[in-house]
Design a protein around this ligand. Structure first.
Ligand code: ZN
Length: 86
């Protein structure tokens, strides 16, 4: 009977250890997500090609961030924007 109580106590401790380990793992995975965001594919609004965010050409136009495959596409986008406006 005494032994059973020890085993039960150990099981409870183990349960809490596993639970906190899982929680830590989940938090770590959440942090990794911001790192892997660089590998997130973003669409070029000009040629509609998908490029990884980390290597994309970024341009912020009117407070919005756009991603392009190259500087050429960025230039075309800016020209399109300015020609659309009166
Ligand atoms: Zn492009």
């Amino acid at each position: 009977m005494y032994r059973l109580l020890i085993i039960l106590g150990l099981l409870i401790v183990l349960y809490f250890l596993v639970r906190s380990a899982i929680r830590e793992l989940r938090e770590k995975r959440g942090q990794d997500r911001t790192v892997t965001d660089k590998n997130l594919m973003v669409e070029d609004p000009v040629c509609h090609m998908y490029v990884p965010r980390g290597s994309a050409v970024t341009a912020s136009v009117e407070g919005q961030t756009y991603y392009f495959c190259s500087r050429d596409c960025e230039q075309i986008f800016r020209q399109q924007r300015s020609s659309r406006q009166p």
